[in-house]
Every structure is written in structure tokens, then in C-alpha cells.
Design a protein around this ligand. Sequence first.
Ligand code: FE
Length: 197
Amino acid sequence: MSDPWENLLETARNVHLSDSRLQEFCPFPNDIKKQEFQPFYVPASDLMQNEIGLFSDSYTDLRDAFIVASPYAHWRQTYKGTALGDKFLEKFGCYGLIGPESPFQSKGIRAWVVYMPKNFYYPWHQHPAEEMYLCLAGEAVFRKEDCPEVILNSGGVMEHSTNQPHAMETLDHPIMAYVVWRNEFGTKPVLTYEDAR
Ligand code: FE
């Protein structure tokens, strides 16, 4: 079997290079290097691998590549120790493709996958980095400060500016998204409200 990370990187590169919205937001970098990292398991890994609701129009290759690599990933615990409880921590899935604790590094970009099961709420949060979501499969309601809410499904993108509060909610379907950051990589996301609304 080919290396799931090389396959995933190649598949993500193809999607990213062929999407003008992603390319304009941050061009896919040409300084990517492989790096060592330790896998880390969270229960959302199993949820994503067993998920049956991730319908997709044009992104089945990247969706499947993220699933194939997921048992070997370092799943993140970004919100451990915050106001978010076990229900969130066990069901929110996120692992890096390019960045810290990820199979690849680059100076110009961070890239990862986000998975949320159906009926899931990701409270208002923010970060200095600018961010773009590309919905690969499923759908979710995306909210950001000072903007009307949007339902994003396969092929839809959402951009978040520096420290702009944003939140997501899944209803009858799960979602998988390819997410990239540019600028200000050093600061982790924080919840906008202490009561995690
Ligand atoms: Fe964000």
C-alpha cells in the first residue's frame, strides 16, 4: 500500500491548486517538508472512520484520503481544559496535514481536516490567523460576526478574518472540511464567550 500521507498530500494539493478561492487565499506552498510526529488518538477518529453521512459532489478522493490516513494521525485537543465539556471533546475531530504534530511542515500555510458529527455545536471562537474552510462533504451552518449565517455544503467555502468570532452547527448531517490558515500561526483559537455559547 502506498504511504497514506503522501497520497493525502497529493490529493489535497490537487484540490487546492485547482480551486481559485483557496489559491487566492493562500497559494499551495512549494516548501513542504516531511517531518516526524507522534500519532494521538481521540474518540472522534472512530466516529469519522465509521461515518456514513459524508455525501460529497466533487471531493470524494480527498474525503477518503483523510479517512484512510486518520488512524495514523495526531488528533488535536485544542479545547482540552476549556469551558467545553466531554461531549464536545469526544466528538470534535481535527488533525493536521501541514503544521505542528502533522506529517508535513511549511512556512507559508497550516492545513488540517475538521470533522463534526450531526447535531453538533462548535461555539463562538476566534484566532489571529486568517482562515478558510472548504466543505468537502456533508454540511453545516456557519456563523460569523456581522454576517448572515450560511449553510455550507460540498464545495462551499467560508473565510474568517483576523479575530473575527465564528461558530458552526451541524443539524441532520455531519461535515468534513479542509481548513487552511495564513499569517499569525502562533496563537491558538480561544472561545469568544466564557460560557461557550
Ligand atoms: Fe477558526
